[in-house]
Design a protein around this ligand. Structure first.
Ligand SMILES: *Cc1c(COP(=O)(O)O)cnc(C)c1O
Ligand SMILES: [Zn+2]
Length: 390
């Protein structure tokens, strides 16, 4: 049961009713990395009683709303079914890397082929409850396509703020789903600013994950599912591609919650993967650890990992708190490493991963070359699978 919201920047609590976004005291702070992002807090005793019968989840739903006691109040009436995705063993990849067990959380099975649908499902559930009919988001592509698809199914209007570099394929999906496209003259960061200005002006409901505190709650369900699929035995490590930081931050929250509920005994190490051309959160972690910057001018300046090409990430505080609490790390991989990993995911696991999502295997290949992972169970989150040229 949802209690309230708390600012991750200043610690001030806030009520959750209506459409609430950033902390009123902190606002956007000094910029994206510094905004007063709110975090949902629950009554875990009440949630335990509602959710569980012993160690069994009571709900017979298999979608994200299986976890209603750990979500904000939503209209959960049937819509496009999201979540309940398989956790697929990849024994050939595990053997090739010398890792004990590699499991792929296959988020490409969601309606618009991406994990983003989990956040969209909660946004739609909230919008319906509030009677909102127009929603918007800023997006490198997947979030907007997800929003547009769900709005198409529900008969609502969607506004997509995309960077100038959005691929023709992604724009085409937005058109097919009937979104109103607002194409920025700049990058994702600029599209984000333009999207928020327009929201304030028009009063749309926001599907921006670092602004609307409830969307991380939707993304969190991927972590809850992994924990349940492993029969409440935490994996040793979970690897995920990181842009704004919402997704992996949400996975961290999920595992702290199942720990709090007494279902698991430890937290998995969270490993965030970025592209070496755009690695602001890797750099921030290095700064915090007193290490020198990795970028030495020899790195690429552009990346094909479009879904994580975020130079000014919006949920850094959340993400790094979760990564540090899990004993995990962040690392940046080159596009050449990611291309090889994407090919390996296809060749040795039969998985259609979009380029961005293959950064996870690229990161694991690095870690496996450096450390002995023979006893480890590693989950790679395959966050998306819409081919960018199809
Ligand atoms: C959005 C996205 C990510 C990163 O999620 P963040 O919450 O921005 O860190 C990773 N992979 C894919 C395919 C995405 O669409
Ligand atoms: Zn605050």
């Amino acid at each position: 049961m949802l209690l309230d919201l708390i600012c991750l920047r200043c610690g001030t609590p806030a009520p959750w009713t209506g459409s609430v976004y950033l902390c009123e005291r902190c606002g956007t702070g000094s910029g994206p990395e510094d905004a007063g992002v709110l975090d949902a807090r629950y009554d875990y005793d009440a949630a335990r009683a509602e959710l569980l019968d012993g160690r069994t989840v009571k709900s017979r739903r298999t979608d994200v709303f299986r976890w209603l006691p750990l979500l904000p109040p939503v209209d959960a009436s049937p819509s496009l079914p999201v979540g309940g995705t398989p956790l697929v063993p990849a024994p050939r990849i595990a053997a090739a890397l010398g890792v004990g067990r590699v499991l792929l959380k296959d988020e490409t099975r969601n309606p618009t082929r991406a994990l983003k649908d989990r956040a969209t499902a909660v946004a739609l559930g909230r919008a319906r409850l509030l009677g909102a009919t127009e929603l918007h988001c800023a997006s490198a592509g997947n979030a907007a396509i997800s929003l547009a698809g769900f709005c198409a199914a529900a008969g609502l209007r969607s506004h997509a703020f995309v960077p100038a570099a959005a691929s023709e394929t992604r724009l085409h999906w937005l058109r097919r789903f009937g979104a109103t496209i607002h194409r920025s003259s700049g990058d994702y960061d600029q599209a984000y600013v333009e999207a928020e200005e327009a929201r304030v002006e028009h009063g749309w409901y926001s599907r921006n994950c670092a602004y609307n505190p409830f969307l991380v709650e939707g993304k969190k369900t991927v972590g809850l599912e992994i924990a349940e699929q492993l029969e409440w035995e935490s994996p040793d490590m979970i690897v995920c591609a990181v842009g704004d930081g919402c997704t992996l931050g949400a996975v961290g929250k999920a595992f702290r919650e199942v720990l709090e509920l007494g279902l698991v005994e430890r937290l998995p190490q969270l490993v965030g993967a970025q592209a070496d051309a755009i690695q602001p959160i890797v750099e921030e972690l290095r700064r915090r650890n007193g290490e020198s910057p990795a970028a030495d001018g020899s790195l690429a300046t552009e990346t094909s990992a479009a879904s994580i090409a975020v130079r000014h990430p919006h949920n850094v505080q959340r993400l790094l708190a979760e990564v540090e609490c899990s004993g995990g790390t962040m690392l940046a991989v080159s596009d050449a490493e990611t291309a090889e990993a994407q090919a390996q995911l296809a060749r040795e696991a039969g998985v259609v991963a979009e380029f961005t999502s293959a950064t996870t295997l690229a990161a694991l290949r690095r870690l496996a070359a450096e450390e002995d992972l023979r006893d480890q169970t590693v989950v790679l989150i395959v966050t998306g699978g819409r081919a960018d040229d199809a």
